[in-house]
Design a protein around this ligand. Structure first.
Ligand code: PEP
Length: 259
């Protein structure tokens, strides 16, 4: 029996209108889901309401792709944690590499976002990952450690914290990390969590892999004991692919964790 429930998070980015997102959500609801798996869907903000209605009573979690650093006020265009909570959201992505790259957001921003989520009882999916240049320079461990500095201000982990290891070079490229690479980094992240919050927290925190998870790559990745599921972009937009990912995530792992 696995120590942690597996979770797939569908990140739909800026790729579906509210009506198309609702139709896709209904298609995903219709897929038989193994009882031991969790599924969450993160549509764009304008689609939250309609996707939330499609997910009502299904056990599938409504997630959001971002949250603003402030609680409330004159911040045109931004969305607060309390708004997300009121919309029925339970999980929120923080630190996605596209926010780092296109919006210049950094660890102090992510720390504030996670504080806002904690205030509202929402769980963060905190995303970390190195670029190709950083990996090639042998800096992966240092980069991940510096990204985890967003947790420095927390004496206990944000409630429901989930980590997502998303190597930037694997996102949307069709070139996922190998299962061994993912398992190695996840084990390192778990050790960092243990150093910060203790082994109990480290052992119970889910660490997802993200970056070109597909029906082809998922069986190998999800065979790893260290990989507690996936944060999935492109493949999560195709119902038959999601069905394949759920099946892969439900399969038993290869056994003992890698050393
Ligand atoms: C992502 O953007 O979080 C992601 C993992 O995308 P993709 O699955 O398309 O690589």
């Amino acid at each position: 029996m696995r120590a942690r429930r597996r979770l797939l998070v569908a990140n739909w980015k800026m790729s579906r209108t509210p009506s198309a997102a609702a139709a896709l959500a209904r298609a995903l609801v219709a897929i038989p889901r193994p009882a031991q798996l969790d599924l969450a869907i993160a549509p764009s903000f304008p689609a939250l309401d309609r996707v939330g209605a499609a997910l009502a009573g299904t056990g599938i979690t409504l997630a959001a792709q971002d949250v603003y650093v402030e609680k409330e006020g004159a911040f045109t265009g931004e969305v607060s944690a309390s708004m997300l909570k009121d919309a029925g959201v339970a999980l929120v992505l923080v630190g996605h590499s596209e926010r780092r790259l296109f919006r210049g957001e950094r660890e102090p921003d992510f720390a504030r976002k996670m504080e806002r989520l904690v205030e509202q009882g929402l769980a963060p999916v905190y995303c970390v990952g190195e670029t190709r240049a950083e990996r090639d320079a042998g800096r992966t461990a240092d980069v991940l450690r510096s990204q985890l500095a967003a947790l420095d201000g927390f004496s206990a982990p944000p409630s429901g914290l989930i980590l997502a290891y998303e190597p930037v070079w694997a996102i949307g490229t069709g070139l996922p990390a190998t299962p061994a690479m993912a398992a190695e980094v996840h084990a390192r992240l778990r050790a960092e969590l243990a150093a910060r919050f203790g082994t109990g927290v480290a052992g119970s925190t889910r660490i997802l892999y993200g970056g070109s998870v597909s029906p082809v790559s998922a069986p190998g990745l999800f065979a790893e004991e260290e990989v507690d599921g996936g944060l999935v972009g492109n493949a999560s937009l195709v119902a038959s692919d999601v069905a394949a990912l759920l099946a892969a995530a439900a399969a038993p792992t290869t056994g003992a964790a890698r050393a």
